[in-house]
Design a protein. Structure first.
Length: 273
């Protein structure tokens, strides 16, 4: 009798199948979960921020050596011959590595800041890096490639430092907030579509603009302005959400006023009498 189960195995299997079918009926479909996500403006702000950062990243990754070569040879008599010289190619190739190197440092700093700062200041890890990026693009919009080679290298390195960190944490940190555990991959996919769209538009724009670096950096300054607006929106949203949570917690823990306590105790005493 000790080895007899409480119910036959067939009944347990049938019960488990019935429970699974009931859970599937109660669980909303993918389309029902997707529609609220598409109506969430925070998703599109993240997509714009990710796309604008990736568009800037793509252009600098592909054309930073061309920009550095133009700065390296801006005082040469034969600029085209100078840009194609072996010495110029070697100097610009080694100097452009600062863009990726400082980008790696940026990723470490932004990741550490995100873990140490409270939730309400997650947007600060984006804004404090993207705002200097806009300043760099605005400066290059005015100067173009007419600047000393050392200054050009420093600006390229600073661009990588301000750009890589914010871009890398977007999908890992904020996609879960928008899509939750079930739709975080969908949210990341939308961000990826905007990334490729912005990269394609910037590459097409580079083909139209050509070697006019002032116009190119004007377009990049406009992209950085969009990034600043989106990151500021995220920071303000986090601050408002944190303030709202604190107010709700304060209301839930709020004690009654002293005169209400006295009135209540008097009524209880009279009731017991």
């Amino acid at each position: 009798a000790l080895f007899v189960s409480n119910s036959p195995a067939g009944i347990e299997c049938a019960n488990s199948k019935a429970k699974e079918e009931e859970d599937q009926r109660q669980k909303p479909s993918y389309l029902q979960r997707l529609l609220p996500l598409l109506k969430n403006p925070f998703l599109w702000v993240l997509c714009l921020l990710s796309g604008s950062l990736y568009g800037t990243r793509t252009l600098f990754l592909l054309y930073s050596t061309s920009f550095l070569a133009a700065a390296y040879c801006n005082t040469a008599a034969e600029a085209q011959l100078c840009e194609q010289a072996e010495g110029t190619l070697a100097a610009t190739a080694s100097a452009s590595s600062a863009y990726t190197l400082f980008g790696c440092v940026s990723v470490l700093i932004v990741g550490t800041m995100k873990d140490k700062l409270p939730t309400r200041h997650r947007g600060a890890t984006l804004t404090v890096f993207i705002f200097p990026l806009f300043g760099i693009m605005a400066f290059l919009m005015q100067s173009g490639s007419a600047l000393p080679f050392s200054v050009a290298v420093s600006l390229v390195a600073a661009t990588g430092f301000c750009l890589f960190g914010p871009y890398k944490v977007l999908g890992a940190v904020f996609a879960v907030d928008v899509g939750g555990k079930e739709l975080k991959s969908t949210c990341t996919a939308f961000m990826g579509v905007f990334d490729n769209l912005f990269a394609m538009l910037m590459l097409l724009g580079k083909g139209v603009i050509g070697d006019d670096w002032a116009k190119l950096f004007t377009a990049l300054a406009a992209l950085s302005c969009v990034s600043v607006a989106c990151s500021t929106f995220i920071w303000v949203r986090d601050l408002q959400s944190s303030r709202q949570v604190k107010e709700e917690l304060h209301v839930s823990l709020e004690l009654p006023a002293p005169h209400q306590i006295q009135r209540q105790s008097f009524k209880e005493h009279k009731h017991y009498q």
